[in-house]
Design a protein around this ligand. Structure first.
Ligand SMILES: Nc1ncnc2c1ncn2[C@@H]1O[C@H](COP(=O)(O)OP(=O)(O)O)[C@@H](O)[C@H]1O
Ligand SMILES: [Mg+2]
Length: 481
């Protein structure tokens, strides 16, 4: 079920309901108060009019019957009944002979006593047995006795009830009307979450192509965009992983197929015994290539997982480069390729792993020799400057197609040229780049105007390994754990 949606619905409706209830209660209270006040004022005015009449009568300006007629007229016009009391509290005259004041002995005495103390008499009398008999009462004293006015509240209760009924009807209406926007608000906020969880579930099942289709310019839109960016990244990682696996399988399969073919030929006699040593030598070469690939894969996996241990030491990098050049010179000589090595500047030291540094330059120089034409020249220049140590390795080979330059340091990138020479795995430069970065440096390549390409490696003098304590404990050369 759409749980966020129902929660939001219930919560919002509760808020609407509470607001409507509170407002209705307040309005009912205000209405009631207003009604009582209005009718209270009415009663007072009627009483005042009657008092004026009484004053005239007691001054002898009107007859008794005229006075009584006046009181009856006010009664008819204003709905206020009168009692005329003598100073002892006895009823002298009433405009409503059948007005029942609930049996409350001493009511008249109370009124007289109150007025005698000079106090106003005004209150609401309630009959606990029959609320419809509620009376608003006010009294004034006369030269002789008192005049009491009654206003039956029952008369006002009906319109009051009607008004309050309207208030509650409005509250119910507001609640019903509030449900509509509440529905849309709840949908507006819960729908993206439903979408997100749906897509997340699909991604969990391996479908990395799923995206959240949501265009909003708020935080939810940002979340959806971030989610899609993450999905994009996962998708490309997944593709990369699949391509990597395909590449690895392919790289391992080729040498394995030829090894298998040669051995089968030897076993079933297709390869005559005199030819066998030559084939075995090729098998040996392929096995060497295989273990080279496995070594490279391991190095790469460890580098990417941050698990490759380094043997950090302060060393003179020029000496390491010199040793690599010396090691590769015989190989180059076989191809009649000449390696020119020039180092300028002082013999400063920096933090490096001797074996890894040699691996970097072996990869680059090996490529340079491999891609050099017969009789070509490889130029190696090393120099120090204020920032660090810079090495350029240039060759006279075919260079790199400009479109390929961005991919040259990718895993398994072998371009279109490598097949010509001894087949490569495309892992050398990827490893070299990661190793250079572990040394805090950079590696780049460009085509030289006069032909061939030139790799530049820069190692900063200020670099400090994050854990030089591992110095002396790391592995040297091979890939042992
Ligand atoms: N000096 C170079 N001249 C021309 N192309 C090069 C050179 N060095 C590297 N490349 C290109 O870069 C690719 C990747 O090199 P690398 O990672 O060392 O793999 P591999 O040497 O096994 O092919 C090579 O296959 C080649 O296409
Ligand atoms: Mg290589």
């Amino acid at each position: 079920m759409n749980r966020i949606f129902s929660k939001m619905m219930v919560l919002n409706l509760a808020i609407v309901l509470f607001t409507a209830l509170a407002l209705s209660l307040l309005l009912s209270f205000l209405f009631t108060r207003y009604f009582y006040r209005e009718y209270g004022r009415n009663l007072e005015e009627a009483l005042q009019e009657a008092t004026v009449l009484a004053a005239k009568h007691f001054a002898g300006r009107t007859s008794r019957s005229g006075f009584e007629r006046g009181l009856k007229l006010i009664d008819r016009l204003e709905g206020v009944h009168f009692w005329l009391l003598d100073p002892q509290g006895r009823l002298l005259f009433t405009t409503a002979p059948d007005l029942e004041i609930f049996p409350k002995p001493g009511f008249a005495d109370q009124v007289i006593a109150c007025l005698r103390q000079g106090r106003m008499y005004a209150r609401v009398l309630t009959d606990p047995k029959d609320p419809s008999l509620d009376l608003m009462v006010a009294a004034t004293s006369l030269p002789e006795g008192a005049l009491v006015g009654f206003f039956p509240v029952a008369d006002v209760k009906e319109p009051l009830k009607e008004s309050i009924g309207l208030v509650w009807l409005a509250a119910v209406g507001a609640f019903a009307l509030g449900a509509v926007p509440t529905y849309f608000v709840a949908r507006h906020f819960s729908y993206p979450l439903v979408l997100l969880s749906r897509v997340a579930r699909r991604m969990g099942q391996g479908d990395f192509g799923a995206r959240v289709e949501l265009k909003r310019r708020d935080e939810i839109g940002d979340l959806a965009a971030a989610f899609n960016a993450m999905a994009q990244q996962l998708e490309s990682l997944d593709k990369e992983r699949q391509a990597f696996l395909a590449n690895v399988s392919h790289e391992l399969r080729t040498p394995l197929t030829s090894i298998r073919g040669f051995i089968q030929g030897i076993l079933d006699g297709t390869i005559a015994p005199p030819d066998q040593p030559a084939y075995l030598a090729r098998v040996f070469g392929e096995v060497g290539r295989l273990s080279g690939i496995v070594d490279e894969l391991l190095t790469l996996a460890r580098l990417r997982g941050g698990r490759l241990r380094f043997h950090w030491e302060r060393l003179n990098p020029t000496a390491v480069l010199d040793a690599v050049v010396e090691m590769l010179t015989p190989l180059a000589a076989e191809k009649k390729v000449k390696i020119d090595f020039a180092a300028v500047g002082d013999q400063r030291e920096l933090w490096a792993d001797r074996g890894r540094l040699a691996q970097i330059f072996t990869n680059i120089l090996d490529n340079a020799v491999k891609f050099s034409p017969e009789g070509g020249k490889v130029e190696v220049n090393a120099c120090w400057d204020a920032q660090g140590w810079r090495v350029t390795i240039g060759d006279e080979g075919p260079g790199i197609p400009p479109g390929d330059i961005p991919y040259i340091f990718d895993r398994f990138y072998t371009g279109s040229l490598s097949a010509r020479e001894s087949p490569g795995t495309g892992l050398g430069l990827a490893i070299s780049k990661l190793l250079v970065e572990e040394h805090g440096g950079t590696i780049s390549v460009r085509n030289r105007p006069r032909g061939g390409c030139e790799f530049t490696v820069f190692l900063p003098a200020a670099f400090e390994p994050s854990c030089p304590a591992s110095r002396g404990k790391g592995e040297i050369g091979g890939e042992g754990k």
